[in-house]
Write a protein that binds this ligand. Structure first.
Ligand code: ZN
Length: 75
């Protein structure tokens, strides 16, 4: 087997591994985004609207969709 042929085969294997790793990384990124989108939903104490927990406002263990509703329930 010639050295050129050997290098060519090694190069093809190297490229295949590199491309596979890149593809696997992009697949993981997509899965991560999907996971992040699957957040816990909480209910606003005033209007009963469901909002993601990370976007909701929390006050004394209760959740609110907006600052307005938080203030409304406080009074
Ligand atoms: Zn509300």
């Amino acid at each position: 087997m010639g050295i050129v042929r050997l290098i060519t085969i090694a190069l093809i294997i190297y490229l295949a591994i590199t491309l596979y790793k890149r593809w696997a990384a992009s697949q993981q990124k997509t899965a991560g985004t999907k996971k992040a989108g699957n957040t816990t939903m909480v209910r606003c104490e005033v209007c009963q609207l469901h909002v993601p927990e990370n976007e909701a406002l929390q006050y004394r263990g209760k959740y609110y969709c907006s600052q307005k509703h938080l203030e409304q329930d406080k009074n």
